[in-house]
Write a protein that binds this ligand. Structure first.
Ligand code: AMP
Length: 180
């Protein structure tokens, strides 16, 4: 199963992604994690990625596609994956045609997301108020259209992400079990 998780920062994508990974025995991966690891490299590319990520901006589509599509060629992803954070723009979604069976949209309001992010301990440089605001804005500008893109393709499973963790998981599972 090729699954994509979409949701605003703080929506619970990594929590639910890890639950789903265990439940279905499918590897979980996050584009943000891949980029953060690459940003540690002491190369020009590493420094540029670090600056881009820390500002809260998106990595440009061409670079993102090059990096993530190459990463997904690893044999461990041949039978499926649970992808968190990619695709995040319609350009990425179009280029990733064929890579997605279902898309889970964890629907959480900006207000709730901000509460959750403010309440968690983080050492991430992109979790300053300014960078978080920018990431939320970019979610509305670039990623909401991706939700509509997959809705039109009949691939979208929209879940109320403001419920407690167990209920969100139950809702996702109920929908996914229909197609398995
Ligand atoms: P995340 O942990 O998913 O919030 O990602 C952290 C940061 O990595 C984002 O704010 C972007 O700078 C970058 N990033 C992750 N995934 C993507 C993507 N699909 N397209 C562009 N930038 C991305």
């Amino acid at each position: 199963m090729k699954l994509v998780l979409i949701g605003i920062q703080g929506a619970g994508k990594s929590t639910q992604g890890n639950f789903l990974s265990e439940e279905y025995n499918i590897p979980y991966l996050s584009s943000g994690h891949i980029f953060r690891e690459m940003a540690k490299e002491k190369t020009q590319m590493g420094r540029w990625l670090k600056e881009t990520i820390n500002s809260g901006a998106l990595v440009p589509d061409d670079k993102t596609l090059e990096i993530i599509l190459t990463y997904l060629e690893k044999p461990e992803y041949a039978n499926g994956y649970i992808l968190d954070g990619f695709p995040r723009t319609v350009v990425q979604a179009e280029a990733f045609n064929g890579g997605v069976d279902k898309v889970v949209f964890l629907d959480v309001s900006d207000k709730e997301a901000l509460w959750r992010i403010a309440g968690r301990v983080s050492d991430r440089a992109d979790e300053t108020v300014h960078a978080i605001r920018k990431r939320i804005d970019s979610f509305h500008e670039y990623t909401k259209p991706v939700v509509e893109y997959y809705r039109q393709q009949d691939k979208l499973v929209a879940v109320d992400g403001e419920q407690n963790i167990d209920d969100v998981f139950k809702d996702i599972k109920k929908e996914l079990d229909k197609i398995r």
